[in-house]
Design a protein around this ligand. Structure first.
Ligand code: HEC
Length: 236
């Protein structure tokens, strides 16, 4: 009698476990990794130099090079691919395995198969390496603070890295979003002087909010740009 009870209990426990396993399988299309790609709010740890961060490093590259109109924004969804946020991007990665991730593989292809496709410039090797690192580290929806310092507001130390990381994919000579080039000092200075640079990144009324379809720059980055402009928009 006691045995029968134990068997019944065991039987139900097995069913519960099996159901749980199935549910887990459905929730985790990228099985074999710890990261299920959902439900993890961006963390806000202080930045480690050894880690690639989705919010700080990866989404800006994608927003600047992949989600412009005609490509992988919601309206255009070229090839059915939308890359406007973490959940969308996560569909094309195998956490822990960049070599097997579509997001990485298309970056290193040649000719017309490469993304972004010619005539757009390829991502730089540093950007490709960062995406590879992020995937191999588990492709988390991670975010860090403390990398930006408002005491630094030179062109080379602050403004150019922001432009290259978050803007030039849409604002270079072969892809002149809004007819604006942000790939050289002289070109950035032009929009600094006419007020459009600050107006757009601070997302003031009357300006197109930038980065378009992307995550707003941090308060620290906006401050760096403002201080650089106020100090004379120098090529320093
Ligand atoms: C996904 C593409 C994309 C990204 C990324 C992007 N821009 Fe733009 N930008 C555009 C387009 C397209 C326009 C034209 C206006 C519009 O469509 O909103 C534009 C317009 C502008 C303008 C003119 C705004 C105005 O009100 O006249 C400025 C200045 C500008 N961008 C600066 C930036 C800066 C600085 C960044 C990076 C922080 C950036 N953009 C990132 C696509 C982009």
């Amino acid at each position: 009698m006691k045995n029968k009870f134990l068997y019944t209990l065991f039987f139900f426990a097995a069913i519960v476990l099996a159901l749980y396993a199935c549910r887990h399988e459905i929730l985790n299309p990228n099985s074999g990794s710890g990261n299920t790609g959902g439900g993890i709010p961006p963390a806000t740890s202080s930045c480690s130099p050894d880690t690639a961060y989705f919010v700080n490093d990866i989404m800006p590259i994608i927003a600047s090079n992949c989600t412009m109109s005609g490509c992988h924004d919601v309206a255009s969804h070229a090839d059915g691919v939308v890359l406007t946020n973490y959940t969308n991007v996560f569909r094309y990665v195998k956490p822990g395995n960049a070599g097997d991730s579509k997001l990485y593989k298309v970056l290193i292809k040649t000719g017309n198969e490469r993304m972004p496709p010619p005539p757009s410039p390829a991502l730089t090797s540093a950007q490709i390496a960062l995406i590879q690192k992020w995937i191999n580290q588990g492709a988390y929806n991670n975010n860090c603070i403390g990398r930006c310092d408002t005491a630094i507001f030179t062109f080379s130390g602050a403004v150019k890295p922001i432009m290259d990381g978050k803007c030039t994919g849409c604002h270079n000579p072969s892809n002149l979003g809004g007819n604006i080039d942000l790939s050289t000092y002289t070109a950035v200075r032009t929009v600094a002087l006419n007020g459009k640079l600050y107006g757009s990144v601070a997302q003031q009324p009357g300006y197109s909010p930038m980065p378009k379809n992307g995550i707003k720059l941090s308060d620290c980055e906006i401050k760096q740009i403002q201080k650089w402009i106020t100090a004379g928009s120098l090529n320093n």
